[in-house]
Design a protein around this ligand. Sequence first.
Ligand SMILES: [Fe+2]
Length: 417
Amino acid sequence: MDTNTQRLLHTFSALADLGQEISDTNDFEEMLRNSFHLLLGSLAIRRGAVTEYDREAGTLRLIASRGFGESTNDALELPADHARELASFGSTMTLDGATRRAQRFLEDHKALASIEIDLLLPLVVRERLIGIVLLGEKASAEKYTDEDLEVLSALARHIGVGIHSHRLLEEVEHKAIENQRLYDGLRKIYKETVQAFAAAIDIKDRYTQGHSVRVGKYSEIIAREMGWSDEEVEGITIAGYLHDIGKLIVDLSVINSPERFSAKDSKEMSRHPSAGYEILARINHPYAEIPLMARYHHERIDGNGYPDGLKGDQIPPGAKIVTLADSFDAMTTDRPYRKKLPLEDVLEDFRANTGTQFDPAVVCAFCRAFLNEIEGRKEKRLLNLLKKNYDEVESVTPLLNQLISDFDGASLTATAH
Ligand SMILES: [Fe+2]
């Protein structure tokens, strides 16, 4: 086998190794260093360096080098017009022949001249300079042949494309992170706006301070217990916060009346779910069901609720959850016309009205969540909301167990979809 064939074979294997190197290594700089050493090894070159061009800074940054000592450590300046010139030149620049262009380049870059390089390989991708490979003489001190230059150009193309793809990927990742941050910011603003609304609703209704926020939290706890996804849980929490938003346009004297409602007042008050729907339907929510959850939070599964008299499965699952959360908070807080009920009575009310007013699966999930907190299996969220009004909650454990066994496995009409 003659030397040329041997060299050719060696080059092929170097290229194959390089491809492997690029696909195997996760550490980009290490991949580049290895590729570069393969390149030096393929032609037994003693000294060389790979630099990356930073377009914004107008400098060449050293990524890997061998045999240059400290002399190439500083970033080399490379003005934009020089970079463009190099990119347009495209291929390998032999410096020993000192073409005019190369000569001028070296005059402009004394630092390069001082490290005695024989070859400049501009790394160009899509007509843009990505970096430069600088090479010193071969170990044999022979001149570079045309064939050598071809080999080097092929290897350098690999390195250039490697750097370019890596930076593109980094840019995409960076943009994705930035977008995520913007999106998170918007979500935060949305949530804060919703909470501000909830506070506004509750201020209007001075007997039910904090009601909307608590209903949001109870709804969240129930939905979580029912295995809803994070996104759905977030949606129903917001629906809970906003379920009474329609009260903002109901006559204030009706809401704050210390008496039970008269028939006329009841009629005025019963406008609030549809009024809420009208308000919420105009907003583009991240969770499409929110307006419907507000509209149907006074429906009953026996069809005797309002505003539309929907039955069973016609009522969106989210609305059924908000209904129970709403009733639970109403019964566990003082109202103008009655005091809060003992917890046993609240649960008895649930038992009596499950299947007519409430969905069994929702009642069951609520009781499971409640019991899990009492028995320490879950973080005390529901209990923390209750402790302001109740000194003791453990005594309802038997009742909770009873309700769970009554309604467990009930037709699960209240699933997310
Ligand atoms: Fe309501």
